[in-house]
Design a protein around this ligand. Sequence first.
Ligand code: HEM
Length: 259
Amino acid sequence: MSLLATLFRSSIGRKFLMAITGVILIGFIVGHLAGNLQIFEHPDKINGYAQFLHQTGPLLWVARIGLLLAVGLHIWAATVLTLENRRARGVGYGAGKTWIRASLSSRYIRWTGYVVLAFILYHLAHFTLGITDPADFKTQHAYVMQHDYAVAGFPVVAAGTEVHNVYLMVYRGFQSAPVAIFYMIAVGLLSFHLLHGMESLFQTIGWRSQTWANVLRKLVALFCLLYFLGNLAIPGAILTGALAPHPAAMADAPMPDNN
Ligand code: HEM
């Protein structure tokens, strides 16, 4: 069997597929969080960053398609493995590995996965497509860059360029309590999903020996906690007013009533 066929046709191959796609998705969410945390700086940062990503054109589409493929394969492999395990033992994925304690996060991995998927669909409608707030998406949210935006020292978006005001879009989005609370719950469940997902990943690639299991569990838990807090900070700070709206981002689009 070729390597590709092994990946898709054998049970261990599908576990590797879950691990590989898991690593890709973790890479994305960590990078995405780092980009989003720029909201705590001058609006030039997050707006310049979003403009830079959009400027990459075909590269952005390659990344988007890669991400979509990773999500699709991750779900497919998880579904097939669950069905196989059910057929073989009458129990869910992961239950056969007796030396992994059946933690809460492992028992609910499928359900947290469903919520994360639902969150991603809502999130795309919210911030990428602007379907949930269509009235002024992109047009009213215009922003003129005050400084150059640089990546690795190279200016990639020049001062004076009119860009999408991502800062304002996110700020206004999270002034709505139901939206902000939904995001906070969703990132909580995503972090919970990662808790078991990452331990399984390390087991699949053979890094989770009996000796290291406890240390690894603590490192994974620390990573998930930091990831959760980083994500929580954005809607949390906006909803509570801890992050005051930056005047530069509000200038060309007056804030509507907070309702
Ligand atoms: C507080 C948390 C988050 C904030 C503030 C946030 C913000 C954003 C924004 C502003 C965009 C649109 C960027 C643009 O088109 O210019 C976006 C896109 C996206 N976000 Fe998030 N995000 C958050 C959490 C997440 C999480 C947890 C995930 C994944 C589980 C995620 C997945 C995505 C994806 C897949 C896109 C589409 C990227 C693209 O269009 O190429 N986001 N996010």
